[in-house]
Design a protein around this ligand. Sequence first.
Ligand code: UT7
Length: 350
Amino acid sequence: MTARDDRPEGRPAPGRRPAPAAVLTGVGGWVPDQVVTNSDLCRRLDTSDEWIRSRTGIASRRMVTPGMATSDLAVEAGARALKSADVSQVDAVVLATTTPDRPCPATAPDVAARLGLTGVAAFDVSAVCSGFLYALATAQGLIAAGATRRALVIGADAFTTIVDQDDRGTAVIFADGAGAVVLTAGDPEQPGAIGPVVLGSDGSGRELIEVPGGGSLERSARREPDPSARYFRMQGREIFRQAVQRMSEVSREAVAANGWQLDDLDRVIAHQANSRILQAVGDELGLPAERQLSNIDHVGNTGAASIPLLLAESAENGSLAAGHRVLLTAFGGGLAWGATTLVWPELRGR
Ligand code: UT7
């Protein structure tokens, strides 16, 4: 039995230090060189530039070249984030991905080793397009628990490797890239401190986005694997509807959890799923279009990479500036969703 606790909510016990906050101190992004335009897709699929632009907002996207894997994307983005934070050492590498280099082991230890971080904690997080926010929350928890002083959090996906390139419903949307941030233990009032992260899931919708084959379910049946089951399937219309509803709800919760109003937001960095989804979420939250940042037109939907890639690009081109109050929000397969807030910091290494 514990003694009655009269402390105001959130106050540490006398003599105990408050848990450190996870403060964003670096950001980096990377996409492979190979550009795939809508015209390129029109040459082999029954689609049109007009359909793709008007239904998704995408004009071109990047694709890995043969032999290039998720780890290659993650290493490039991770190196840029470390440089931006002006550090060469972290205690943990958390990698969000749906396209690990192989089913076993995790890809993060390899990424860590290639970044010269052998010996640190390194593991993958799997939450599809919400993966980066799940990884961010995990690293935030490690820092709050005192297990880690500094973490590299990466979102990286080579989505084109699991999308059937003959399926016009998905091949025009999904693409490859990586983004990363460095989180350092600090003060909750400091710019860059990650606010409360709100996460959720609904596994009853797991078939709305899935790669049905290749896992224990298929293997235990000991049937000949179905080659088409190795590819990504999506029920686009229902995902669209739920994405708007869930991202709007979770965004409201995350903003309120930090004691902010929606009107306080200067910038929204939402998972770049589809420009019409982004617009609908903005409308739902009553946010003017100029506060929503987007790069979907030239990178497509890059899964777990989407949010940190947009953070890196926006910091680079100045559309994110020190002092901006920022909302991050995502929705995707699982179903899983999440959101959080932060005040954008001054980054030293940029
Ligand atoms: O990353 C997080 C998870 N993913 C998402 O959030 C994506 C959510 N969904 C979407 O972005 C949209 O549903 C899509 C872009 C995938 C599809 O747009 P839509 O407006 O929902 O189209 P639809 O699936 O309802 O299809 C409309 C029509 C269909 O033809 P019929 O049946 O009306 O004759 C499709 O066959 O458009 C057809 N279609 C295409 N036509 C030309 C589907 N893909 C294409 C295409 N080119 N690439």
